[in-house]
Design a protein around this ligand. Sequence first.
Ligand code: SAM
Length: 242
Amino acid sequence: MNYNEFSLLYNDILTQNKLDKYINDEICAKFFEFYNILIETNKVMNVTRILDARDAIVKHFADCLLLAELIPDEELCLIDVGCGGGFPTIPLAIVKKSLKITAIDSTTKKVDFVNSTAKALGLNNVTAVSARAEEFIDGKRESFDFATSRAVARLNMLVELTLPYVKIGGKLLAMKGAAVNEELEEALEGIKKLGGKHVKTYNIDLLDGDDINTRGIALIEKASKTPTTYPRKFGQIKNKPL
Ligand code: SAM
C-alpha cells in the first residue's frame, strides 16, 4: 500500500469516528511509517495479529486516538502498563508531544521494538522499560499523572498493576471492550482498597463503515495513597484479586 492509499483510508476512518483533529499530513505520515514498521517486524517477530491497513487504522490507531481525546495537551507524565507492540504508547506519543511516556512490558523483545520504533519515528517522549508492573514500583509510587493499559488483564487485576503508580488526583484509563461494566463491578472493591475511585465509563462505538466495535474506557481517579502492601506478587494478584 502506498502513502496516498493509506492516507485516504486514514482520513475516512478518522472522520467516521469524529477524530478529525488528528487528520494532518505530519501525523498521518508517522502512522504510515509505524504501520510499515509493524508489517516488516511481524515477518520476524510477532508484534500484532492485525496486518491489514484498514484494520490497523481502525483497531490500533483510531482505538488509541479515542483514548488520546481523554488526555489533556499538557506537560504530563504517563505510564503505559503492558505496552506490547506499542499500544497505546506510540499513537499517544505521535499526537501528544508534551506527554512524557514510560512504557513497560515484561517481554524484552517488545520493549526493544517500542524503543527502536520511537527512535525511527523521531519520538523523544517515549522510554520503554523491560519490567513486570508488580516489580517495577520501587521509587515510582504515586509518580504519574496518568496510567493507561490495553488488553493486559481483567480489570480486577489490572487496577493493582496500575493504580499504585498514579499520583493523587491522577487518573487510570483502562481500555476495555464491551464487558467493561461487568469487569468494573468485579473491580470496585479493589479500586477502593488501592485508593482509587471510579469516576466514569466511556462507552464508545469504534466505527468502520457498517461495522461497530464496542469499546469501553474506565476512568478511575486516584483519591488517596495506595497502601504499600500493594502491588502484591503476581501469583497472589491472579489467584486472589482484591
Ligand atoms: N497493550 C498492547 C496492545 O494493546 O496491543 C499489548 C497487549 S498484549 C495482549 C499484553 C501485554 O502485556 C504483553 O505484551 C505482556 O508481555 C504484557 N504483560 C502482561 N502482564 C504484565 C505485567 N505484569 N507487567 C508488565 N507487562 C505485562
